[in-house]
Design a protein around this ligand. Structure first.
Ligand SMILES: [Zn+2]
Length: 192
C-alpha cells in the first residue's frame, strides 16, 4: 500500500449524489449509477493497481466503499470514500466485506509508508499492531498474493545480488505490480 493522490471528483458522481433522494433505495441507486467515469479516474490515480494489495487490476475491478455504504446513506456517492480494489475470490474488497475499523488506513487519506515490510519470499509483515490487524482484515497475506509477490521479488533479489550495477536500472523502472514491496527490496539491497 502506498499514498495515493485523489483526483477531482468526476461530474457523473456529483450529479448522481445530487439526484439521490431519500425515497430511492440505496442499493438500487448505486446499482443503476454509471460507474465508468469513477472507475477510470481511480484506475489512473492508482496506476492500474488495487489500492490495498497493489495487484494489477484486470477488467474485473470493484469500486470499494472504504467505509461500507450500509453504515450511512451519505457514504453512497461520497467521492472521498471510494477506492478501486481487486475483484474475485479472496479479493481485498471481499475480505473487507461490510466491516469497518478505526485503525484501517485509507491510502488516499493517510500515508502507509513503513507500516508493512516485505520479504523476497513474498511474505508481508506488519510493523505496528494495527498493521498486523490490517493484513488479516484485508487478506494481504493471502496465498494468492504471497505467491505472486514471491515470483516477482525472488527474481528481483536474485538479479540484484548477482550484479550490483543493475540496482540503478531497477530503481528507474516502472513497477508493473507491488511497487511498495519492490521499492523496499531494492532499497534494502542497496543499503538505503
Ligand atoms: Zn487487492
Amino acid at each position: 500500500m502506498h499514498k495515493l493522490q485523489r483526483p477531482i471528483e468526476p461530474t457523473s458522481l456529483t450529479k448522481a449524489n445530487k439526484a439521490y433522494d431519500r425515497a430511492t433505495s440505496q442499493a438500487k441507486a448505486w446499482d443503476e449509477f454509471d460507474k465508468d467515469e469513477v472507475r477510470e479516474e481511480l484506475k489512473v490515480a492508482q496506476d492500474g493497481l488495487c489500492a490495498y494489495c497493489e495487484i494489477s487490476l484486470t477488467d474485473n475491478t470493484r469500486i470499494d466503499h472504504f467505509e461500507p455504504k450500509k453504515r450511512d446513506r451519505e457514504l453512497t456517492f461520497d467521492w472521498e470514500n471510494l477506492l478501486l480494489s481487486c475483484d474475485g475470490k479472496d479479493s481485498c474488497d471481499i475480505k473487507k466485506n461490510n466491516n469497518f475499523e478505526d485503525y484501517w488506513v485509507n491510502p488516499y487519506e493517510e500515508d502507509p509508508a513503513g507500516i508493512f515490510t516485505f520479504r523476497s519470499n513474498g511474505k508481508i509483515k506488519g510493523v505496528t499492531e494495527d498493521a498486523k490487524k490490517i493484513i488479516k482484515d484485508f487478506g494481504l497475506d493471502s496465498h494468492r498474493l504471497t505467491v505472486q509477490r514471491r515470483s516477482i521479488l525472488a527474481f528481483l533479489t536474485k538479479e540484484l545480488l548477482s550484479d550490483s550495477d543493475t540496482i540503478e536500472y531497477y530503481k528507474n523502472m516502472d513497477y508493473p505490480m507491488f511497487p511498495t514491496a519492490y521499492t523496499q527490496i531494492i532499497n534494502n539491497l542497496s543499503g538505503e
